[in-house]
Write a protein that binds this ligand. Structure first.
Ligand SMILES: Nc1ncnc2c1ncn2[C@@H]1O[C@H](COP(=O)(O)OP(=O)(O)OP(=O)(O)O)[C@@H](O)[C@H]1O
Length: 231
């Protein structure tokens, strides 16, 4: 597998002098499945926000798919973001639009034809088992179903990387397990998955790469690991 993501000596200090991450170097291969774990404040979200480009490093370089994020200008940035499918609870579904219309929005924004939209939306909803809800409104969905639609929205533009911050934070055990197995299926399509989480039980079940953060630094990086494993 080729290297898809490189963090090279990346540090981020916030304007209030709070250290987000310090001197992080890591590589993630194309097709990898990575859990980012660590205590509250250990730097997981900072790392994710650096990867999405929401934050800029104070020092160091981030290279994704051979693009150096530091050298991207405003014009290039939307193209970079198309490599990413980002799932977070801050960017929920639009309530007065159907699930189909919610999935249509990112496709229209990226210039897809109406034929491609008509074909892709049922496929993405089928992937997450939500075909039957295509014309329902978000208010008719359970928390787990809503998350599945967020997953479908994240894959709809064919990203190389799916990034999720605390995906199971608001879900019960069964829904969380369901969601984790969907992440696995998406990963088997060749999409790289990066999940920041506190959910020890699911990290342990999945046996994927586990990167453990502590005080802004990488404390451990274990393949087929469990929560808390650092070597
Ligand atoms: N916007 C911000 N301004 C100032 N400091 C911040 C900001 N965001 C995060 N920090 C600080 O950076 C450090 C890392 O925080 P970060 O949110 O990355 O941790 P985390 O591991 O994602 O935590 P959690 O599990 O609670 O989400 C913490 O000390 C935090 O206080």
């Amino acid at each position: 597998m080729r290297i898809l993501i490189i963090f090279h000596n990346v540090s981020k200090t916030y304007p209030n002098n709070e250290m987000g991450v310090e001197n992080v170097s890591l590589e993630i291969k194309d097709g990898d499945f990575v859990f980012l774990v660590g205590q509250t404040g250990s730097g997981k979200s900072t790392l994710i926000n650096l990867l999405t480009g929401e934050l800029k490093p104070t020092t160091g370089d981030i290279i994704v798919n051979n693009l150096s994020l530091g050298s991207l200008n405003h014009k290039d940035f939307p193209y970079y973001r198309r490599l990413l499918g980002i799932i977070n609870y801050d960017c929920l579904l639009i309530e007065h639009k159907t699930i189909y219309q919610n999935l249509e929005i990112p496709m229209l924004a990226t210039g897809h034809s109406s034929k491609s939209i008509r074909e892709s939306i049922p496929l993405a909803l089928g992937l997450v088992g939500m075909s039957k809800k295509m014309y329902d409104y978000p208010s008719n969905l359970s928390g787990g179903e809503t998350f599945k639609v967020l997953m479908a929205r994240a894959v709809i533009n064919n990203p190389k990387i799916i990034i999720a911050d605390e995906p199971t934070a608001h879900l019960d055990y069964d829904s969380s397990l369901d969601i984790m197995s969907l992440f696995n299926e998406i990963n088997q399509l060749g999409i790289t998955i990066i999940i920041a989480t506190h959910a020890k039980e699911f990290v342990d079940i999945m046996k994927k790469r586990v990167i453990t953060m502590q005080n802004g630094k990488v404390l451990g990086d274990v393949s087929k690991g469990k929560y808390g494993w650092i070597i």
